[in-house]
Structures are given as C-alpha cells and as structure tokens.
Design a protein around this ligand. Structure first.
Ligand code: ARG
Length: 574
C-alpha cells in the first residue's frame, strides 16, 4: 500500500473508533511547509452528514491516535487534520524501501491491459507526430508492467487501404531494376511522395494505382508480394526508430490493420444480426442517438462503403472485438491523437452496442495534443512536409554531442558518443513526457537540452553527481549498512519524498499523465540538492555518515528507477 493509502486507512480506522462510520478519511498530501505533508479532510463531509461540527469530530479522531508513534496529528482550520510523520516511522519505512529491489512499490492485483500505441501508417516514414503516442504509450507500458500488470503491446499499424495502390504501382514501375528499387525504398518518405505525385499528375498511373487497390484486396499474388516487400521495409524502418528511441516495441507487437481483414465481413454480419446495421446511400452504417452532426442530423458510423470497401472504422471495430472477446482484456488503452476522439468514441459506442465490450471491460482513449514550433505553428519542414522522426533523433544526438564535448572535453570519445546518445534521446523523450499529455507543446532544442530546469539532462546529470559521491570515495553501495536516523529537516523532507515514489506511480496511472512522475523526479533531485548543501555527508561523524549515505543511495536508486519507467537511460559519468 502506498504511503497516502496507508495513512488514509489508519485515519479511517480511527474515525470508526471515534464513532464516525460511512465517511471517507480523504487523506491528501498537503502543500503546507514543513514535513509531514499530509492532511485528512474527511471530517468536513462527515460533519455535514452527521449535522455536527467538523472540529469536534477531528478532536475525537486525534484523541484516538494521540499516543501513536507513527505520527503526530494536529487540528487545523475548520476541522482538517494535519499529519506529521514521526522520525521513527520515516526511518522504519525507509529501511523497508531500501531492502526492496522494487523500492517498496507493491505489485497490484494483476489485470490484463491492451495498450494501443505508436501505430504509424506504414505507407510513410515515421514523423515527429509519432513521438507522442510512442513515448507516452511506452512509459505507460513500463509503469503498468512494473506494477505487476499483464500488458499486451498492440501496435495497430496502418498497412492497408487505398494509399497502397500508388505505392504498389510505383514499385511495379521500377521493379525491373532491382538495384534502383532497393535504393528508392531506403527513403520511404520520398518514395511515397514520388508515388503520390505520379498519382496526381499522371492519369494512366492513377488508373493503374486504383486497379492495384482492387487487386490487393482480392489477394492477387504479385500484388501481395510487392505489398509484403514494402511492408517489411517499412517495419524495419520503424524498428530502427524504436531501437534508437529505447522503445520496448518489437515486430512481434505489430497487429496491423490488415490482420483483421478476415474479420471484417464477420463484424458486418454480427452488426446486422444485432439489428444495428442500416443501409444509407448504399453504405452500411450504424446510427446511434448519441452521435449527431453539427446540423443536428444523426451521424453514421460507416462500417462498409457503397463500393464494398471497409473504412478505418471497420478494422477498429474488429480490433475491439478481438481485444475484448479473444484476448479477454480487462482494459484497453488507446494512446491516439486528439483529432481521433470522435472516431474512437464511435468505435467504443458501436462495439458496446454490439455486445463486444463486456460491462466489466474498460476501453479508454487517452488523447494528446500536437507538437508546435516556437511560433505556435504545426511542426513541418519549410516545404510543408512532415519532419522525419529519424532525423529529429539524429539531430538530438548531434546537439547533445556538442554540449557534452564542451562540458567534459576529457571524456573518452566512445563515452562522449554514448553520453550524447543517452542525453539527446532522453531530452527528446522527457520533453514529451514532462508536459501535460492533453495540451499542445512547443518543441525547443534549447529548452529540452538544457542542464537546468525540469529536463532529462538535469536529472541525468543529478544522477551522475550522486553516483560520483560513491565513486570518489570508492564505496560499494552493496556494503552500505547501519540505521537511518533523521536529524535535520532537509533529511526529513527528502525522506518523505523518497517514500512517495509508490504513491506517485499510482497517481500517474489514474489518467496516464507521465508528467506527474517527471515533476516528482525533478522535485526529488531538488530536495536532494538542498539536503546535500545543508547536511554534510562524507564529513559527518561515522554513524551519521552511514545514515546519510543510505539516503544518498536511495535517492540515486529512485531517480534511476523513475527514469527507467519513463524509458530514459542514465550513465554513471558525463
Ligand atoms: N494508424 C493510425 C494513424 O496513423 C493510428 C491508429 C491508432 N489506433 C487505432 N486503433 N485506431 O492515424
């Protein structure tokens, strides 16, 4: 149980003992200065329903716990209870955390999660827009797995549809020259652009491309072979980006749109059997009362177009059906951009109406905003094209290399390169994760690569500084022992912060806001710095030194674990 829940449970028991039942304790971390940092606010609500004075209730509760060694309670304002954790409680809890490889974070009761994230369209190269779903989704995966959940990564890549017609026609055109084809495929974005330019400008090519779509859909062998080749090339490209970005996705996590092709007619049949399907202008649609267009007219969810083709909606319904019925997932989380909000609401609503999603099953869309340039316009190249993700990552590493070389010219070349990679990639990811998921954010190299402020380089550097304490003194952290004693306020603040790690992870997964964890790590590093400034460690007398080294080590471990859960690497020296 995390610290907050632990205190909540303790206060609740005291409330019962004081004759207050059926009211929650509502313990929250409080921002008041000093240490303790928790407050119980439940007396307010309880007093209302009991028609009495909240202060009187608070007095009864504090009387029950007045001799408790774990904390000191104090009534504040109209009837809040301020909770100050005792030094004994803090050091006992810290010892527990220290002895646990999981830093005291308990595993939750296991539930099954399908995490739909990254999901690029394979017709193009991954672009900067994919940074958000990929990074945020992967952090969610890592945190849920750390909390003991059964996680299925679902990379719902777009590998089907009309856009492949021109790609295949273009491939066919150059397929006679194997070398040229191989070379062209190296740059998927250009390949795509050349093909679509031809589609726009050359009527004969366009006709051929349309024919290829039909052929592909009917399973024509030659077309399928070309398509497979293109998809393989594209998947290899994505995997290279994932590897560079330290994303846990592998090709085995791909469950592409085309994987549901055989299920599409089944979905249509089942929707029909359920009486949900209506033919409108030749298309098969589902109309639900809750969806109305701007004009107030019912908004259809189109399941099959009049030409027999299946739109995005259909493969998404098949995917829900698969995830809910076959995988029997407890929850499915969709990390998909905000513009697809209506689409996913329709998908979930139709799937619920069709009985695909059971009452206990939770399907959630976790939208996110866009990445903007400093002038507030969408992030595009000068000619309006999408910025390739691979180039962004290379630039990040190059920029970090310059900074690292300036900061530490004596570092061996190989180390410099490694630090540059870790810092550059970390900076880009952290810039994503440290913002509220829902809002747009401005992409700024200078901000994200700064060694000051709430950035990856700041935290990575803080980590190396902490680790250097042990390195300089040649102390093996495995051999640290002794009791923890807290004598200074800076130590107590750091202690409470360290104990909050588990609570923070629980907060993150309420709404998958990784910025909660980022803020926590940033504050932890800051509290460590104040502790280190005001409390001598190496120069302290032996017992105090031993105790403080334990705090130092626990801080390093917490930073390391926290960054790892965000998918951000650390180094020992930079
Ligand atoms: N491939 C889609 C796109 O690029 C995103 C897919 C998201 N997942 C889903 N189940 N619809 O827009």
């Amino acid at each position: 149980m995390n610290l907050k829940d632990h205190l909540d449970a303790r206060i609740l028991v005291a409330m019962h003992a004081a004759g207050i039942s059926d009211a929650p304790a509502v313990v929250k971390p409080s921002s008041r200065t000093g240490f303790g940092h928790y407050q119980a606010n439940g007396m307010m609500g309880a007093a209302k329903s009991l028609k009495t004075n909240p202060r009187a209730l608070a007095e009864k509760v504090t009387a029950v716990l007045c001799n408790d060694e774990d904390f000191n309670l104090e009534i504040a304002g109209p009837g809040f209870i301020n909770i100050t954790l005792s030094d004994t409680f803090l050091s006992n809890k810290l010892s527990e955390v220290r002895g646990s490889p999981r830093l005291g974070v308990e595993e939750h009761a296991t539930r099954k999660f399908v995490i739909d994230y990254s999901a690029p369209n394979l017709a193009k190269e991954m672009h900067i827009g994919h940074l958000r779903p990929t990074t945020i989704g992967d952090a969610a995966v890592r945190i849920l797995e750390f909390l003991g959940q059964d996680v299925i990564r679902a990379n719902h890549v777009g590998d089907w549809g009309a856009q492949f017609g021109s790609l295949l026609a273009y491939m066919e055109q150059i397929a006679t020259d194997e070398e040229a084809l191989g070379a062209e495929l190296k740059d998927l974005e250009r390949f795509y652009q050349s093909a679509s330019a031809l589609f726009r400008e050359d009527e004969a090519f366009a006709t051929k491309a349309r024919g290829y779509v039909v052929k592909l859909q009917s399973g024509d062998e030659r077309c399928m072979a070309l398509w497979r080749r293109f998809i393989n090339e594209s998947v290899t490209h994505c995997q290279a980006v994932y590897d560079k970005l330290n994303i846990t996705l592998t090709p085995a996590d791909i469950m592409a749109e085309s994987a549901y092709n055989d299920d599409l007619p089944v979905v249509v049949k089942e929707l029909h059997q359920n009486g949900l399907l209506v033919t409108s202008d030749g298309a098969k649609c589902v109309f639900l009362d809750e969806f109305k267009g701007k004009d107030g007219k019912p908004l259809p969810a189109i399941i099959q177009k009049s030409d027999g083709g299946y739109p995005y909606m259909a493969s998404d319904l098949a995917a829900v059906r698969y995830r809910a019925q076959l995988l029997e997932t407890d929850e499915a989380l969709y990390f998909v951009g905000a513009p697809q909000q209506l689409h996913l609401r329709q998908v979930f609503a139709v799937a619920t109406a069709a009985g695909y999603i059971g009452v206990q099953q939770k399907f959630r869309h976790l939208p996110f905003g866009s990445i903007m340039k400093s002038d507030g316009t969408p992030f595009k190249t000068r000619d309006g094209a999408a910025v390739k993700l691979a180039s962004v990552l290379d630039e990040a590493i190059d920029r970090a290399y310059k900074i690292v070389s300036d900061k530490n010219p004596d570092l061996a070349e190989e180390d410099k390169r490694n630090v540059a990679r870790v810092v550059g990639i970390g900076a880009v990811k952290y810039a994503e994760l440290s913002k509220n998921r829902i809002t747009d954010y401005i992409f700024s190299w200078d901000t994200m690569l700064s060694f000051e402020g709430n950035t990856a380089p700041y935290l990575q550097y803080a980590y190396t500084r902490i680790r250097s304490i042990f390195r300089r003194e040649k102390i093996d952290t495995e051999t640290l022992s002794g009791d923890l004693s807290l004598t200074e306020d800076a130590e107590r603040l750091l202690a409470v912060k360290l104990l909050q790690f588990s609570e923070i992870l629980d907060n993150v997964i309420e709404d998958y806001q990784a910025n909660i964890l980022c803020n926590y790590l940033f504050e932890l590093a800051g509290m460590f710095m104040s502790f280190y400034e005001s409390c001598p460690v190496l120069k302290a007398q032996p017992e105090l030194k031993a105790s403080r080294l334990l705090l130092v080590d626990l801080t390093a471990r917490t930073l390391h674990q926290g960054l790892d859960l965000l998918g951000i690497e650390t180094v020992e020296q930079m």
